[in-house]
Design a protein. Structure first.
Length: 389
């Protein structure tokens, strides 16, 4: 599954790579997803360009260019025939997902009609089910959050029935009068461990009443909407654009990382990849709540100052970068957001000290721009990814 704002697919992955005999409907959807992704990318690129152009032309009283992409350009970028593009575009126009936005520059012939994405044609709901808070948000097709809310819960004490009833109530508030057919679905990010494919929770630490709960089906049954679940840290890595080799490091009530390697989300055999909070980095270190000693989480908790704690996270991230050859780290979670400058400085300092050649292996470190909404936004991104492929 790709990021909610992934770059256009590589030409090599386009229809020629689909095995012969592939289901025709699936092929059609794949091509439609490709076109939607290209239009979204063109709209985003044009928006950035327009912003720069606006700045440049404000002084001279000029006007900026239009956003969008022509059918001819879509055919060139996708490798699909002009006839196929024409059919797909017409269907997407009929569905209200695309709009004709005016005419672009011509290379000699008549000016070409430009196509843009209609951001509010469909909506995605993102939910972060936390141990003590429930975050819900509604995002448009570009991943922009238009409404959000956070309410306090007690995951362990309340149990599934009360929490999920509240979740359904909050999502209903969020959607208001939006017709159900314009809601793509609900993505739920939850503490692990869980089975993402089966949609079932698995022994959530300290919350035994949730063990084995079919979270996906429980929520789908209450809301009547397509529902997906994902581990919280993995959802976080889907909250924005980024490098094909990156991690979202989530430091909240626990520590985990969401991983994208080679452009693909990595979940591992049991949806358990990235659980690096319980790696032992000092066997003689303090006892951890997991029963082992000297885990990253235990050293972080035992630190004598906020700076030392941030340094422990830096050491763990340096190990992660050396193991996986990552070039981008995005930090999130309440502990980081409580002291973002300190965490940024310490993680950067430790990476500079631990990597053998930082000039050859540069690593970008930032705090998630969506802040406290990062995980819920990534959950909405799961839903958007089903439309964009
Ligand atoms: Zn541990």
């Amino acid at each position: 599954m790709s990021s909610p704002s992934s770059t256009p697919p590589d030409r090599a992955t386009l229809p020629a790579a689909i095995p012969s005999g592939a289901n025709l409907a699936a092929l059609r959807d794949h091509n439609a997803a490709t076109v939607l992704t290209l239009v979204r990318a063109a709209t985003a690129t044009a928006a950035v360009t327009a912003t720069a152009a606006d700045r440049a032309t404000q002084a001279t009283g000029g006007t900026s260019g239009r956003a969008g992409v022509s059918r001819v350009e879509l055919a060139r970028q996708s490798g699909l025939t002009a006839q196929a593009i024409s059919k797909i575009v017409q269907r997407l126009l009929d569905d209200g997902l695309l709009a004709e936005a005016g005419r672009g520059a011509s290379t000699g012939g008549k000016p070409r009609t430009l196509l843009t994405l209609v951001p509010d044609a469909r909506w995605a709901v993102g939910v972060q089910l936390g141990r003590d808070a429930l975050t819900v948000l509604r995002a448009d097709l570009t991943g922009r959050v238009v409404a959000d809310r956070q309410v306090a819960i007690d995951l362990a004490a309340w149990g599934p029935g009360r929490v999920l009833d509240l979740l359904a109530e909050q999502v209903s508030w969020l959607l208001g009068a939006v017709p159900p057919e314009r809601v793509l679905g609900v993505g739920i990010a939850s503490p692990g461990p869980l089975d993402q494919r089966a949609g079932v929770l698995h022994q959530v630490t300290g919350a035994p009443s949730w063990d084995g709960l079919a979270l996906r089906d429980e929520v789908a049954g209450r809301l009547g909407l397509p529902t997906l679940i994902e581990k919280d840290s993995t959802a976080g890595v889907l909250s924005g654009l980024g490098s094909p080799d990156r991690a979202f490091v989530h430091l909240d009530r626990g520590l985990g990382a969401g991983l994208v390697l080679g452009g693909a989300v990595q979940r591992g055999a049991r949806t358990n990849a990235g659980e690096f909070g319980h790696q032992t980095i000092d066997p003689d270190g303090p006892r951890c709540r997991c029963g082992n000693s000297g885990c990253v989480e235990a050293l972080w908790a035992a630190a004598r100052s906020p700076r030392e704690a941030a340094g422990v996270l830096g050491e763990a991230i340096a190990n992660l970068v050396r193991l996986l050859d990552l070039d981008e780290i995005v930090l999130g979670g309440r502990e980081v957001l409580a002291a973002p400058d300190l965490y940024l400085a310490e993680v950067r300092r430790v990476l500079a000290a631990r990597l053998p050649d930082p000039t050859w292996q540069p690593v970008t470190v930032s705090v998630a721009p969506s802040g406290p909404n990062a995980v819920a936004l990534g959950a909405a991104g799961l839903v958007l990814a089903r439309l964009f492929g």
